[in-house]
Design a protein around this ligand. Structure first.
Ligand SMILES: Nc1ncnc2c1ncn2[C@@H]1O[C@H](COP(=O)(O)OP(=O)(O)O)[C@@H](O)[C@H]1O
Ligand SMILES: [Mg+2]
Length: 286
């Protein structure tokens, strides 16, 4: 079978706080996994990705998150290029949209609302978490716990001072924090799922089933349209996981080899759907 070219785009460095190497390593590992499917991936930084758009080949997989490049990826997707995750899914991981979509799709998740930081409403049902409205935390004060009226006011003032006019305010869910990773299946291939307890916590040890967690995680990812994802859930005393955070394409640092194989499988399927009549098919390799 002829080898086909495809492209991977790394995450922007400011979006990988403390994880630049891990974020790079998963993309590198995926490129290796794709060789099994005769897909030859070239990897580019988000700031120098012109070649991927000039001649997308079988498709583009991307960890980037900034608006400019997401817009270019959306144009490519519009033109029929398979893009994983879809630009729409990446935009949907902006917390404000996530909160709306989770509510609409009935994903088990804490009650969330949008609050104007300059004209703050009265304190909601404290304790709450106050979160920046766009992408995942890139600095420590992007996600702030407010357990008292004073903390609530100080959290809002902190965001207002940084020019952030609206925040997502989420009810605090007591329980055990569980982290998860997932990759959607493709064709006859099954989905892949992995979870673990976050270190640095004293576990209450609430019992839950892997099936319940996986169901909640894939419902959350499905609501956003993310095929390659990670996230956080809280399992309370009732054993029912609630999704508090969903991110597109995490670093998969704890299970990189397994994740890369699952992502490779998923991409091979997604890229098989590339329109062969498109002008991009011309970039098939010898
Ligand atoms: N609604 C919530 N209930 C309980 N704990 C929360 C909640 N929201 C956030 N947290 C805690 O704060 C951490 C960071 O929040 P998260 O939304 O995952 O942001 P990020 O991953 O971008 O830093 C979570 O891992 C969890 O420990
Ligand atoms: Mg998180």
């Amino acid at each position: 079978m002829a080898k086909r070219r495809c492209w991977g785009i790394y995450r922007e460095r400011p979006h990988s706080p403390g994880r630049v190497d891990d974020d790079r390593a998963i993309l590198d590992a995926v490129a290796v996994a794709l060789l099994d499917y005769d897909l030859v991936a070239e990897l580019l930084p988000a700031g120098a990705a012109d070649a991927a758009f000039a001649s997308p080949g079988a498709g583009i997989f991307a960890m980037c998150e900034q608006d400019g490049i997401i817009r270019r990826l959306a144009e490519a997707a519009q033109a029929g290029v398979p893009v994983v995750n879809t630009p729409q899914a990446v935009r949907n991981t902006y917390r404000r949209r996530t909160a709306e979509l989770f509510a609409v799709c009935g994903v088990p998740s804490p009650v969330s609302r949008i609050v104007d930081t300059r004209a703050p409403a009265a304190a909601p049902g404290i304790p709450v978490w106050v979160k920046r409205p766009d992408f995942h935390a890139t600095q420590t004060d992007d996600v702030v716990f407010a357990g008292s009226d004073a903390q609530w006011r100080s959290a809002l003032a902190g965001f207002a001072k940084r020019g952030i006019e609206a925040v997502v305010v989420q009810a605090h869910i007591p329980g055990d924090l569980v982290k998860f990773y997932g990759v959607a299946g493709g064709g006859a291939d099954p989905a892949w799922f992995h979870w673990f307890h976050h270190k640095d916590q004293r576990l209450a040890g609430h019992a839950f089933t892997r099936e319940a967690l996986q169901r909640a995680a894939f419902a959350a990812a499905g609501a956003l349209g993310a095929a390659v994802f990670g996230g956080d859930a809280i399992v309370g005393a009732d054993g029912a996981p609630q999704i508090i955070d969903l991110n597109a394409w995490p670093s998969f640092a704890r299970c990189r080899a397994e994740a890369a194989a699952a992502i490779g499988r998923h991409l091979a399927h997604a890229f098989a759907a590339a329109r062969l009549d498109s002008p991009f098919a011309a970039s098939e390799m010898e």
